[in-house]
Design a protein around this ligand. Structure first.
Ligand SMILES: C[S@@+](CC[C@H](N)C(=O)[O-])C[C@H]1O[C@@H](n2cnc3c(N)ncnc32)[C@H](O)[C@@H]1O
Length: 360
């Protein structure tokens, strides 16, 4: 609130999202709320690794393949961004152990002190280290599950007289949107989308994830040899900016209630935007990384043997969890997996059938 007042009463939505999620001591990810977990545990949302350990076990098959390709005579490392409760790291390490793949180190980059503490408790005694900043020259597998959707986005609105940036102003003790003429970088990014899809009609509003693009470009310094597996909800550009999706994809989460009002209880709500996978694949390619595969989460998990894993330990609870991970109506189709890498040529297991790179 203080910063908005100081910034002549207007800040871009990306700055608002940044403050609401990451302001020291006050933001959703920097303050002490429970965040991830079922409603009984006081969480706001659940993620795939929390739904079933079979998610990590299936992912382990892909991780093992990459580690075999990369680390023939080097230490085997995994680097996870935004590890949440640490559940994925925990189950992945266990799954790799079960299939006889030894790991030399598992590093985590986590912005949330509160989640880092939960991770430390769950992962006590495991070969895990926490890094303040991403390493450079990393060899191995990078994983980011549901991290890209919490990176700040800029909002735009097309009007009859041009493109506007949707920002935020304080009003009493709450906030409201206010539009200003878009600056050149935002106009250029929107123009590229219009070229790729079709011109926005007046009244069309959406968001552009420039921070996520920069995050991917940064992978070029991080990843020297190996593969980054990025898992999140989103669409190829043509679907994302479809004329019918005229209100964008901002979605907030509070106690398992999903809503579209980012001004309601800032700091207590997760604020997210879907991922424009086309933008991220291009950003990776432009930064010199290879774009290795892109598919729906369901297809990726099936390629990694999820149904065999389920058959091996079938219970009604696991079967219903797997249904959630695979079903088109739940996570199976909305969530995608993008693999980008360096120095890895072999086709990746998770994209063996149903690769959709051609849609980006
Ligand atoms: C939606 S949660 C997903 C957690 C976990 N990956 C899972 O699947 O359960 C987002 C996670 O990313 C972390 N995070 C957010 N921004 C980040 C950033 N820029 N770098 C690293 N972690 C970040 C959050 O603190 C949180 O752990």
């Amino acid at each position: 609130m203080r910063e908005i007042t100081a910034a002549s009463a207007w800040i871009g939505f990306d700055r608002y999202m940044d403050l609401a999620l990451y302001a020291p001591g006050l933001g959703y990810y920097t303050a002490g709320a429970r965040k991830i977990g079922d409603s009984f545990a006081g969480g706001d949302f659940v993620t795939a690794p929390e739904i079933s350990p079979l998610f990590a076990r299936a992912l382990a098959a892909q991780v093992a393949q990459v580690l075999m390709l990369v680390a023939t005579d080097q230490p085997r490392h995994i680097l996870e961004f935004g590890a949440g409760t640490g559940r994925l790291a925990h189950d992945l390490l266990e799954a790799l152990d079960q299939i006889g793949v030894a790991i030399d180190g598992y590093e985590i980059v986590e912005v949330s002190a509160d989640l880092r503490e939960r991770q430390r408790q769950l992962l006590a005694g495991r070969p895990v280290a926490w890094l303040e900043v991403p390493p450079t020259g990393f060899a191995g597998v990078i994983i980011a599950n549901e991290v890209l959707d919490v990176l700040p986005v800029r909002l735009f609105a097309r009007r009859d007289d041009g493109l506007y940036e949707r920002g935020v102003v304080a009003e009493g003790d709450t906030f409201r949107f206010e539009d200003r003429r878009a600056n050149e970088p935002l106009r250029a990014a929107a123009a590229q989308i219009e070229t790729d899809v079709e011109p926005f009609v007046a009244g069309y509003t959406s968001e552009i994830g420039l921070v996520a693009r920069a995050w991917i470009a940064q992978m070029t310094q991080v990843l020297a040899h190996g593969v980054a597996l990025l898992i999140d909800y989103g669409f190829p550009r043509r679907e994302y900016y479809h004329p019918q999706r005229r209100m964008g994809t901002i979605m907030c989460h509070y106690r398992h209630h999903a809503h579209a009002d980012p001004f309601w209880l800032p700091g207590l709500n997760d604020i997210t935007a879907h991922v424009d996978w086309t933008a991220l694949a291009h950003a990776a390619h432009d930064a010199g990384l290879d774009v290795l595969g892109y598919t729906a989460q369901s297809r990726f998990l099936l390629n990694c043997g999820l149904l065999d894993l389920l058959a091996a330990e079938h219970t009604p609870a696991q079967s219903s969890a797997v249904h959630r991970l695979l079903s088109e109506a739940e996570m199976g189709e909305l969530f995608k997996v993008l693999a980008v890498g360096r120095g890895v040529r072999a086709p990746l297991l998770g994209f063996a059938h149903g690769d959709r790179l051609h849609t980006l």
